[in-house]
Design a binder for this molecule. Structure first.
Ligand SMILES: [Fe+2]
Ligand SMILES: [Fe+2]
Length: 331
């Protein structure tokens, strides 16, 4: 544990980051896969130089037709979210304690994490292009807008808040890709089920890594970690695509149409948000953490009561049933 008598909050954060950085090689080995043996998008797509290429595309287009509208719209929205990876990488590079100079372990982590994540948008984009059921130009315009508009996730450059955010987000993406996988399987689309399944398992690995970073942060700086966690939850975890917009439109209601569709088909719901929070409370042993200052004790109480409060609120939320016509969805 570090002591606040002689050091500022920022100095302690930098010390904590440097301390964790010492085990970066070990963590990269544990949470990331070697590039040579990792899956690549091509493993799940027809090879354009193979004689059966056109047959396979026919099959992709036939099975894509069986997917229901909301599921298809959510899959496209998920793809755009994955494609906005430049925003996430550049944001994480500006976190306190991360530096692109020298051999900083944190920037090595972020680059290697980005390199794994980059396969997600790549694979989904190629699949959607082949599916014949997407207005690709509209999707590409939304993607360019989303990268250009950036995001505002309420973390500042604080490593504690950022890793709480990424822990939450990686769990959320794991859930949503996993659900799209099982709904695809139910509608007879085995290829898409496999695609979303492998992406979901990457997200689960990444979630474990960020959860581990915060576990370590709690060991070194429990009060500040607690305050950061509570602060993120007070402001609500916003999704990375909350600035989503489509061709001809402005930032506003499009993200809520996307999230309503995800709620309607059970791909990502308020209940999931609450369950992620409960998992994090458990993983970080929030009820057992000692040596907290007064303010952090109050934050801990707030966090422990939050799931029940959110459950009561969520009972009153009504999800709009009317499907929104996204410009991305083809026939
Ligand atoms: Fe991803
Ligand atoms: Fe991810």
């Amino acid at each position: 544990m570090f002591h606040y008598t002689t050091m500022t909050k920022l100095n302690i954060r930098l010390e904590v980051m440097q301390t964790i950085e010492k085990s970066m090689d070990e963590m990269m080995l544990k949470y990331l896969k070697p590039i040579e043996t990792n899956w690549q998008p091509t493993d799940f797509l027809p090879e354009s130089d193979s004689p059966g290429f056109f047959e396979e595309i026919k099959e992709i287009q036939e099975t894509a037709k069986t997917m229901e509208y909301d599921l298809w719209a959510v899959l496209i929205g998920d793809t755009i979210t994955e494609e906005a990876l430049p925003t996430y990488e550049s944001w994480l590079m500006s976190v306190e304690g991360v530096s692109q100079d020298g051999k900083n372990g944190w920037s090595r982590w972020i680059r290697a994490w980005t390199a794994e994540e980059n396969r997600h948008g790549d694979l989904l984009n190629k699949y959607l292009y082949l599916s014949g059921r997407v207005n690709m130009k509209a999707m590409e315009i939304s993607t360019q807008y989303l990268i250009s508009d950036g995001f505002d996730i309420g973390t500042g450059h604080d490593p504690y808040k950022n890793f709480v955010y990424t822990s939450f987000q990686e769990m959320a993406t794991n859930i949503s890709h996993r659900r799209v996988a099982s709904l695809s399987k139910q509608s007879g689309n085995a290829r898409l089920a496999k695609i979303c399944g492998v992406i979901a398992s990457d997200e689960a690995r990444h979630a474990s890594a960020y959860i581990d970073f915060i576990t370590k942060i709690f060991e070194f700086d429990p009060s500040e970690a607690m305050l950061a966690f509570a602060d993120m939850m007070r402001n609500k975890i916003v999704m990375p695509a909350h600035f989503l917009r489509e061709t001809g439109g402005s930032i506003g209601s499009l993200f809520s149409h996307f999230s309503d569709a995800a709620q309607r088909i059970g791909v990502y719901t308020t209940q999931d948000y609450i369950e992620i929070l409960e998992t994090l409370l458990e993983k970080w042993n929030i009820d057992k953490i000692k040596d907290l200052n007064g303010q952090a004790e109050k934050s801990r109480d707030y966090l422990l009561e939050l799931p029940d409060r959110l459950k009561r609120i969520s009972e009153r939320i009504k999800i709009p049933q009317e499907q929104y016509k996204f410009s991305w969805v083809g026939i």
